[in-house]
Design a protein around this ligand. Structure first.
Ligand code: AGP
Length: 609
């Protein structure tokens, strides 16, 4: 997530803006910008560089201002270059806006505006907001913003400033936070609490659909219908480190809780409103090229490799194309059998993992088309690939990957549906059934998050155990691999994922009194087989935690503890069950007193072999 600040008061606005932006640097960013009114003239300075570099640049010029907006951007749409940095202006340069979020219908809005004569300078989605306000402005900035946002689909936290009303800031929020800071004769706006704490601890939290108008000595909040909203002052007593985690005790828990919003962002602009078609503007693969591939190889490491295992199931089942999933550290030395009719998909949250990069180069040397799925714009892997799909999960700070994994999964679902459509292996009605379920996933995850206390209790029951088995069949086996890794890397507990059907071929010898087993039971067609394996564990004294989709008598009758996911179709099982496993690992780690966000021996991006 990028960072927003705004200021109106008696201090030097630019200094306040930079001080606020510096507190948000931990989000990660690749460009910075400020806009302020200097003698009522709107001035905008921005750079694809660090805050300190832009600050130095401004120290060398004359200006005086007491109102301004600022932004640090982690690129999603559009590379990190100066022109794509925020603030964005309109054609006249009389308006400037900073924006967090994703404008889902930015292509359509931009075309409409260009037909009306507007000219754009960036390739971001956010710039359309400045031109929409320019189009709507009739003397009232707040009214113009409300009108400008009517056709906008997507998510935003935004702050707008204009030369026409040099003592006014307006802001709006939809699915992205914006907070008002209340000072003595001065007001602040920010996307995140840490940016306000150097100046004030009294704030208004702005709610969904609300607008804010700040003028000297007054803050007005209205709802989406234009009715005034009375806000209560909230006094913040968190310290900065807690504020950086949004009030959560660890980044891992914060990032687990961000997943509904991340998936809404990822889904929103990539499923046609009709629901029967997928829009992946990110890639240039033509339908003929998609039909021409004879097989797909997915190569990655760790959690990203586990996302590839789910991708294999989906691509083979829906698009009927053979898929191999390879550990990059093995693939790179195996002289693999590849040819130009193979599509190689490399998955990497960081885009910098050395094994995955080496596997990519191996595939390139054999003439394969390379498609990268990554979370970091302009990372090395993106520069070495022919096609890139971004996961838009925002910076993932905790070493244990959570939100990036579910965003990777979602991209795999969308890619499998796109391939199924172009290869004619699914009808539009069949695709619509799946996209309809996918659009409910964020809400289902919110329901899981509401039950996290029961996962904390289950973790409390097993936190002294040092060996776990994770069992599953089909898609559940792929997720069991990820669940076991989460537990290993955050709790230092030995955990092994096994295909449930394999247990009797050896590992069952390890099941004795009290050995804990997590059994994923979301695949309806394999449920009876899975439960039969669970009975085999119970017979030998094992303790079983079942994870089911809704209520299942079979699972209830055989497991010692059961975590019920919302009743959803089996094919979205991975997107839901993994959240329960993330929370279980998190609470096991807390119960065992581990360093949740920075586990021993591990690093966020393994850039060495
Ligand atoms: C996941 O929780 C781990 N941090 C690790 O397995 C990670 O997924 C792996 O190192 C791959 O990283 P990448 O996705 O950035 O390539």
């Amino acid at each position: 997530m990028s960072g927003i600040v705004g200021y109106l008061g008696t201090k030097d606005a630019v200094s306040v803006l930079f001080e606020g932006l510096k507190t948000l640097e931990y989000h990660g960013y690749d460009s910075v910008g400020v806009a302020f009114l200097n003698d009522a003239a709107l001035r905008v300075y921005k750079k694809a560089d660090k805050i300190a570099v832009l600050e130095d640049e401004l120290n060398s010029i004359e200006y005086h201002s007491q109102i301004g907006i600022g932004h640090i951007r982690l690129a999603t749409h559009g590379s990190p270059v100066d022109v794509n940095a925020h603030p964005h202006s309109d054609c006249t340069g009389k308006f400037a806006v900073v924006h967090n979020g994703i404008i889902e219908n930015s292509h359509e809005l931009r075309s409409q505006l260009e037909r009306k004569g507007h000219h754009f300078v960036s390739d971001t989605d956010s710039e359309v907001l400045a031109h929409l306000v320019e189009d709507a402005y009739e003397g009232d900035l707040l009214a113009a913003l409300r009108k400008a946002l009517e056709p906008v689909r997507g998510s935003y936290a935004l702050v707008l400033i204009s030369e026409y009303q040099p003592d006014c800031l307006v802001a709006a929020r939809k699915n992205n936070p914006i907070i008002v800071g209340l000072g003595e004769g001065e007001y602040f706006l920010a996307s995140d609490l840490p940016a306000l704490l150097p100046f004030t601890r009294d704030v208004y939290f702005i709610d969904e659909g609300e607008f804010v108008e700040i003028t000297p000595n007054n803050v007005q909040v209205i709802d989406s219908d234009g009715n005034p909203v009375a806000k209560e002052v909230f006094h913040v007593d968190w310290d900065v480190s807690v504020a950086e985690r949004g009030g959560y005790p660890h980044f891992m828990l914060k990032e687990i809780h961000e997943q509904p919003q991340i998936l809404r962002n990822t889904l929103g602009s990539r499923i046609k409103p009709s629901g029967d078609d997928i829009i992946l503007n990110d890639i240039k693969l033509t339908p003929d090229e998609i039909r021409s591939f004879s097989k797909i190889v997915i190569t990655a490491c760790g959690t990203s490799y586990h996302a590839g295992l789910v991708g294999k199931h989906l691509l083979e089942k829906w698009a009927r194309i053979p898929v191999e999933v390879e550990l990059a550290s093995e693939f790179r030395y195996r002289d693999p059998l590849l040819d130009p009719s193979t599509l190689v998909i490399v998955i990497s949250q960081s885009g910098e993992t050395s094994d995955t990069l080496a596997a990519l180069k191996e595939a390139r040397e054999k003439g394969c088309r390379i498609l990268a799925i990554t979370n970091v714009v302009d990372s090395t892997i993106t520069r070495e690939s022919d096609e890139v799909i971004y996961t838009w999960a925002g910076q993932e700070i905790s070493i244990a990957s959570t939100k990036a994994y579910t965003a990777q999964l979602l991209v795999m679902y969308l890619l499998a549906l796109l391939f199924a459509k172009e290869r004619g292996t699914m009808t539009q009605d069949e695709i619509a059934v799946i996209t309809s379920a996918l659009q409910q996933v964020p809400g289902w995850i919110e329901e899981i998050l509401e039950q996290e206390e029961s996962l904390r209790e289950i973790a409390g029951h097993y936190h002294n155990c040092n060996d776990f088995f994770y069992l599953g069949r089909g898609l559940d086996y792929a997720v069991a691999m990820e669940g076991a890794l989460k537990l290993k890397e955050t709790s230092y507990v030995h955990a092994e994922a096994y295909a449930a059907g394999e247990l009797k071929h050896g590992p069952l010898a390890l099941i004795t009194e009290g050995v804990p087993v997590v059994a994923l039971a979301t695949q309806e067609d394999l449920l009876e087989k899975l439960v039969s394996n669970v009975r085999g564990v119970k017979t030998r004294g094992g303790a079983v935690v079942g994870v089911s989709l809704g209520q299942s008598d079979l699972v209830d009758e055989t497991c010692d503890h059961v975590f019920r996911l919302p009743k959803a179709p089996s094919f979205v099982g991975p997107l839901l069950s993994v959240v329960a496993l993330q929370l279980f690992a998190y609470y096991m780690s807390c119960a065992r007193g581990c360093d949740v966000d920075m586990p021993r021996n591990l690093t966020k991006s393994v850039t060495v072999e």
